[in-house]
Design a protein around this ligand. Sequence first.
Ligand SMILES: CSc1ccc(CNCCO)cc1
Length: 393
Amino acid sequence: MVYIGRLAVAVAAFLTAAEASPIIQRPKNSTFSIQQISNPNYKRNGTRALQKAYAKYGITKGLVSVQSSVGGDVTATPESDDNEYLCPVTIGGQTLNLDFDSGSSDLWVFSTSTPSSEQQSHTIYNPAKSSTFKELNGFTWQISYGDGSGASGTVGTDTVTVGGLTVKNQAVELATAVSSEFVTDSANNGLLGLAWSNLNTVEPTQQQTFFANAGPQLQQNVFTADLRHDQPGSYDFGFIDTSKFQGNLNYVPVDNSQGFWQFTVDGYAVGDGATGGNSFSAIADTGTTLLLLDDNIVSDYYSQISSAQNSNSAGGFVFDCTEDVPDLTLQIGDYAAVVPGSLLNFSQNGDGTCFGGIQSDGGQGFAILGDVFLKAQFTVFDQGNVQLGFAPK
Ligand SMILES: CSc1ccc(CNCCO)cc1
């Protein structure tokens, strides 16, 4: 928020000064003229000029308008064991902590429409208390996630603000049913989908994600993820904060035909071993906790940890907590994305064994690079150029 605060303060100060007193002091009743000169570096761009005017005056182009052309910056706070990362989102003046999920494309919330038995200790959104909520009559949604959880309900639109970035008339999906995984996850009051809008589940008319609505009107049509182990990280919208990573960003093209941030990994290495293996498809998924890979890679990795075993009771690969856990490197083009062993010893089982951060992707045809991977990389989700950028932190 510091970035936005500083810039906002600077802009406010400028505007105040301009309104309070003319910037150029001069004797009363004098006349003067200012010779305008053209700026040789200015590139005329009518579309951009119109967009900036719309944004400046909140003119809605079609249904949706963006009130800030600067962007937004929001803190991502890890829940216990980094299981998920929650961010404050304000909907019609009501703030709820939501899970930002680049693996799905619905913005849904616990609401007054959620059965009271399922509301439990959640923060719920009450559309009746929002002066800007509009019902989309007859619209419904239903979503099932890769981990077996799910939710469904009705749809409206409202003003949604994330870290200073506001989108008016954003589709907001009200849960009338949620699975037990969400009911018991009391800190998580819904999801804000950041995948591509062709994955949105609203019927009869598919809706645009918050970022699909906002991105094209921001300084840069990007959002970035800087997730951290056991400490707050951040999502930035509309700009790339170069202080959050080392070196240069390494970009890879994205195939968004299935709605994911999907790209090709060209190989892998375990520990300081040689890079090998076949190239494979992967998605960048902030809404998945672990790093889920092809069974052959998973077996190769755990063959390097002598006590490792695939435990039915634990639901995946475990090993003695005293073991040294090797790094995993994913080769993405020319970029070697290192996930340190410290992040691959994910959690303690309480019996002297630890649960691995690398687990099977279940053979679904692509790897899922979840938070375990994203904690080790600063990641740029570039909607404008349909690409992903990675850099070490
Ligand atoms: C029950 S907490 C929860 C959080 C995020 C999601 C969405 N992504 C998961 C991978 O499919 C589902 C459930």
